[in-house]
Write a protein that binds this ligand. Sequence first.
Ligand code: LLP
Length: 417
Amino acid sequence: MPRQLDNTETALNRTHLLPLVRQTGGPVWVYDASVIHQRISQLQRFDVVRFAQKACSNIHILRLMRAAGVKVDSVSLGEIERALAAGFQPGGDDIVFTADVIDQPTLARLAALKIPVNAGSVDMLHQLGQVSPGHSVWLRINPGFGHGHSQKTNTGGENSKHGIWHSDLALALEAIQRYQLKLLGIHMHIGSGVDYGHLEQVCDAMVSQVIEFGQDLQAISAGGGLSVPYHYGEEAINTDHYFGLWDAARQRVADHLGHAVKLEIEPGRFLVAESGVLVAQVRAVKQMGSRHFVLVDAGFNDLMRPAMYGSYHHISAIAADGRELHEEKTLESVVAGPLCESGDVFTQQEGGMVETRALPEVRVGDYLVFHDTGAYGASMSSNYNSRPLLPEFLFENGQPRQIRRAQTIQELIALEQ
Ligand code: LLP
């Protein structure tokens, strides 16, 4: 059964996508604001929902988040400027900068704007303190374990470069005292795609770290990592259960400190993954030995997740001429892009093993829709093979609006002239 394409609850259906992609004449990212609003509302019980904008940093998406009361996390100078351009205010806690290292230009900008820093290394605290004594900080703790949908998205434990190692908190405290830094809270993000078992473990780790650390603080952050059902029929995360576990941890921290403590959450994927699709056109169909290949005009420079992590994205088809595509008459197909790399395949396992997908028989000119690509889709695109970035459209109340024009090849070349 095709996912979403017959769904009239969102704009990500055949009726809306076909005219749009015909008009743009090339691959296109399309989002539906209503899905994002729905996901935001599911996290309402957290005191602060902070969007990890690395998942989808288009300024118009950031504006939508801000209008809905969501705050933002930035991980680079570019992401700070994006947050500011979207109207997030410096000075307060609208924007938090999270990183394990801090370069000179970023440091200068953070100091000038007084944007709180979530420090992932003790060195960062020293560098910040020297330039900006009294600056507000969070401590990102690596609790010594992690978990992710791929080894590459596991951000805890000794094989991950992230965070301040849990037994180094005394060193962090020393730096905080030396530069009179203002400690706002403790943060843990152990990876993307965290399951309930690891969640309980990280909640316990948070409570014991706060107790051991022995410092007063106003907030704790649960980080991000909430998974989404990429596979059709997969169960979605229960946000009430998720909140309940963290709320209990917050309560234990508050009991220990003797005052209320705010609870933040910092999702990227959960807020935007299901809001977006990539639509690409079939440009060649070929049989190679036992394999049936469907080649489209978008590559891993556009959607990197399958090549990078072996990530699964549901793929459905739209006939260009409006003919009915029969879902019951499918062909096991390898779906690949135009790049000069064998790894430019959208149907593959982690490690590169090519897989097939049962797709209706498509012809040159038809379209394939890559679902749930609103997170880490456009934001991870590159210019590899000198391919310009694709345009982005946002549906609001059923109406599409272009929120990024396509990059031009002239713009790429101009950097070298
Ligand atoms: N907070 C911190 C400190 C993070 O490092 C991340 C993700 C998040 C929040 C948001 O995680 P999320 O809720 O989106 O899982 N490119 C990979 C994901 C890398 C995530 C890196 N950090 C992917 O496509 O799955």
